[in-house]
Design a binder for this molecule. Structure first.
Ligand code: BG6
Length: 474
């Protein structure tokens, strides 16, 4: 137990979003469809993303609200198909203009833009031409895209993020749609992952080449994993789970070499990740500057003997409670429930200590600056009779989480920013507007598009006070 933690001067306080979840305007300004647009339409009754939070039309108002809240940073993503809408590779001036305006508005308000290059929104044209991430052809078009971004926005954007949650896209490939078209995902995922690693590496190299003072990092989705008991076998299972969901990726980003665990895993399972001559030289050149970390929850690993039967991660059809059934990887690990923590309406563990655990773990292993780019509380919410939105549970969630970030700092970790998910309400990946995360309410529902009015939630005012005190006013 420690005194109240002290956040460093210049700490970046903000919030986070992703283009397809917040923008809307999917057919405007020359944007062409992304695969995720089509998927989100299929997920009815949840809202599709054609309007989302309509940030495309409300961005000035949204940035004004961020400034009012006292933000010093805002993490958002660029829509690839808004910037390069077609296979001819032509850059869309309207797409560039939209992001220029947004970035200018942020800079005018002294809010540091932190920009994700890719957040799940594969353009349909890329998918049609290359089958998504499955084909090495994507490496060059991704490189062209990121270079357009650095060239156009690099004068004002100094913090760049490569691929959002590459690890989650591979681990949960069926859920996030990356496995589409693959015959044997358990094997194919490693070559898809290798192609993503090459795209990431090229983005890191291009950023350093093109952006004066530019820094770039990956964005792992991080779910700390505790052993279920002090049975040594559970500890090994937790380590296996850590490797197979997180560490393989993080080691690659930092050491720029596949680690021993994954090489052995490939050998044992007869997997060819499709590494070609020159690939590792390229990866070795890509030195990241920091880690951007998304952390919402924690997990528990327990021993899963080789004969325990394979159980694939599956979606709970209700889509409301228990989105995921815990998977089982015989001989590696099984995930289990944690009786010590509460859960959200969606069965996500509410575990603030996991935040400190993650920061300590990543710092101990890699000694690179870290920023939180996602963390948040998803809940059903509506406007109260008094016209306000009261979200005491979100305040409690954020307070506890931020406190743990502070403790990690006082433990010696270098943390440079906190950008929770999300600023305004926006579409959840699988649950539309039913699962709200915002500090600002957006007046619309999955069933009916309303006036999209912004209403500051109680958490907005609380967060604003916290920011003013640089994290000391709880
Ligand atoms: C992160 C993603 O993994 O989790 C976000 O980067 C996503 O895009 C967030 O919205 C929360 O997940 P969900 O499913 O509740 O929207």
């Amino acid at each position: 137990y420690k005194e109240n933690p002290v956040f460093p001067e210049g700490f970046m306080w903000g919030a986070s979003s992703a283009a397809w979840q917040v923008e809307g305007g999917v057919s405007e300004g020359g944007r062409t469809p992304a695969i995720i647009d089509l998927n989100s339409k299929k997920k009815k009754p949840y809202a599709d993303n054609s309007i989302a939070a309509d940030h495309y039309h409300h961005y000035k108002e949204d940035v004004a609200l961020m400034a009012e809240c006292g933000f010093s940073s805002y993490r958002f993503s660029l829509s690839w198909s808004r910037i390069i809408p077609n296979a001819d590779g032509r850059v869309n001036p309207e797409g560039i203009a939209f992001y220029n305006d947004l970035i200018d508005e942020l800079v005018k308000n002294k809010i540091e833009p932190i920009v994700t290059l890719y957040h799940y929104d594969m353009p349909v044209w890329v998918d049609e031409k290359f089958g998504g991430w499955r084909n090495r052809g994507i490496i060059d078009v991704f490189d062209e895209y990121v270079r357009v971004c650095f060239e156009n926005f690099g004068d004002r954007v100094k913090y760049w993020l490569s691929i959002n949650e590459q690890n989650m896209q591979i681990v949960y490939g069926h859920w996030l749609g990356v496995s589409k078209g693959c015959e044997d995902w358990e094997k194919d995922k490693w070559s898809v992952n290798h192609i993503m690693n090459l795209c990431h590496a090229k983005a890191v190299i291009a950023c350093h080449e093109m952006v004066d003072g530019g820094k770039i990092g990956p964005v792992p989705g991080y779910v700390p994993i505790y052993p279920e008991t002090c049975n040594p076998l559970d500890q090994i299972a937790a380590m296996n789970a850590e490797e197979l969901t997180e560490k393989i990726w993080n080691d690659l980003y930092v050491h720029r070499e596949y680690n021993g665990f994954v090489k052995k895993f490939w050998k044992d399972n007869d997997i060819d990740p499709g590494i070609q001559e020159g690939d590792m030289e390229l990866i070795r050149k890509a030195k990241i500057d920091f880690f951007a970390l998304n952390c919402y929850r924690s997990n528990v690993g327990k021993d899963a003997p080789p004969d325990s039967g394979f159980r694939e991660l599956a979606l709970n059809k209700s889509g409301i409670k228990g989105e995921f059934v815990y998977p089982n990887y015989p001989g590696q690990y099984a995930l289990a429930a944690n009786p010590y923590v509460e859960t959200t309406d969606w069965d996500w563990e509410i575990d603030p200590v996991a935040m400190r655990y993650m920061l300590r773990y990543v710092w101990d292993h890699y000694q690179l600056p870290m920023m939180i780019t996602e963390n948040g509380y998803g809940a059903h919410e509506s406007v109260d009779a008094d016209g306000k939105v009261h979200d005491p549970k979100r305040i409690e969630f954020l307070r506890e989480q931020i406190y743990q970030v502070g403790l990690a700092i006082s433990d010696g970790c270098e943390v440079i920013g906190y950008n929770p998910w999300s600023f305004t309400d926006l579409l959840s990946t699988g649950n539309g507007m039913a699962k709200r995360y915002g500090l600002v309410y957006v007046n619309t529902t999955d069933e009916e598009v309303l006036d999209l009015r912004r209403i500051r939630k109680d958490s907005f005012y609380w967060y604003s006070e916290l920011i003013k005190s640089n994290g000391s006013n709880w």
